[in-house]
Design a protein around this ligand. Structure first.
Ligand code: IPE
Ligand code: IPE
Ligand code: MG
Length: 255
């Protein structure tokens, strides 16, 4: 797994090392078909499978998928409980295949709010796949960017209180080391399907210099070709990280 605290640079062939996706539009996809929203979430799982496989083929190192936000508890309780069951079933059904394909699965977010059976599946899945190296699949579940920053600051304060960490000014590096994604490069590329152009409390800290891409394609329709189109847009961009375009072209920028 990649560990650096510099800007994550693209791989040699221009593929982003870390892609983060807000998989939005399942409900509308189902409604368009006069079907219940549950049908859209089930179709969404199929799209996840295709995109995970394609990312592994492309040599993406980390794929972070927003599966359930800390605000999604506000949905009708039937939909929340359907999503919980779907997470358990999907993990149960897919984990061996993911493992066989060398995919390391991990979760970020406050899992303590989940049903115990889901917490167990999460722990089992993480343990089973922890040494896999092909692709790290990060599932953001009961995740919120505000939660992540709060838990990071809380851990820093706790460590300082018991003397595990010396008293020091809070720095970006210190916060980053305590985020749920501490050992991962920040996302190079962010994709949101479903047409909304907002971040919805996803990786707020980590997206500081991420390239953003919004598409009206609804998540269940987002396939390998859609991902290729998105990556082509990424490849056409010049990432400057505050430097001038000329510094980047002349490779005199220290990234
Ligand atoms: C995203 O699709 C899936 C989750 C939030 C779990 P939505 O369910 O938000 O679909 P729309 O936005 O209502 O179409
Ligand atoms: C964001 O989608 C969360 C996930 C995809 C899991 P939402 O559909 O919940 O976002 P908002 O509420 O429209 O911003
Ligand atoms: Mg939505």
């Amino acid at each position: 797994m990649a560990t650096d605290d510099k800007h994550s640079l693209i791989t040699e062939n221009g593929i982003p090392r870390h892609i983060a996706i807000i998989m939005d539009g399942n409900g509308r996809w189902a409604e368009k078909r006069f079907m219940p929203r549950a049908f859209g979430h089930q179709a969404g799982v199929k799209a996840v499978r295709k995109i995970v496989e394609h990312c592994a083929e492309l040599g993406v190192e980390v794929l972070t998928l927003f599966a359930f936000s800390s605000e999604n508890w506000h949905r009708p309780k039937e939909e929340v409980s359907l999503l919980m069951s779907l997470f358990v079933e999907t993990l149960q059904r897919e984990i061996d295949t993911l493992d066989k394909n060398g995919i390391c699965v991990r979760f970020i977010g406050d899992r303590s709010a989940f049903p115990v059976v889901l917490q167990e599946k999460i722990l089992e899945g993480e343990a089973q796949t922890k040494d896999n190296k092909a692709l790290t699949l990060v599932i953001a579940a009961n995740y919120g960017g505000h939660w992540d920053m709060c838990q990071a600051v809380q851990r820093v304060v706790d460590k300082m209180t018991i003397g595990e960490l010396s008293k020091q000014p809070i720095s970006p590096g210190l916060i980053k080391e305590h985020l749920s994604t501490a050992d991962l490069p920040d996302p190079d590329f962010f994709i949101r399907t479903g047409g909304e152009e907002r971040v919805s409390n996803f990786l707020l800290w980590q997206l500081a210099y991420t390239e953003l891409y919004f598409t009206t394609t609804l998540w269940p329709d987002f396939d390998q070709n859609s991902l290729d189109d998105a990556i082509n847009s990424f490849k056409s961009r010049q990432r400057r990280f505050g430097h001038t375009g000329e510094q980047i072209l002349n490779k005199t920028a220290l990234l």
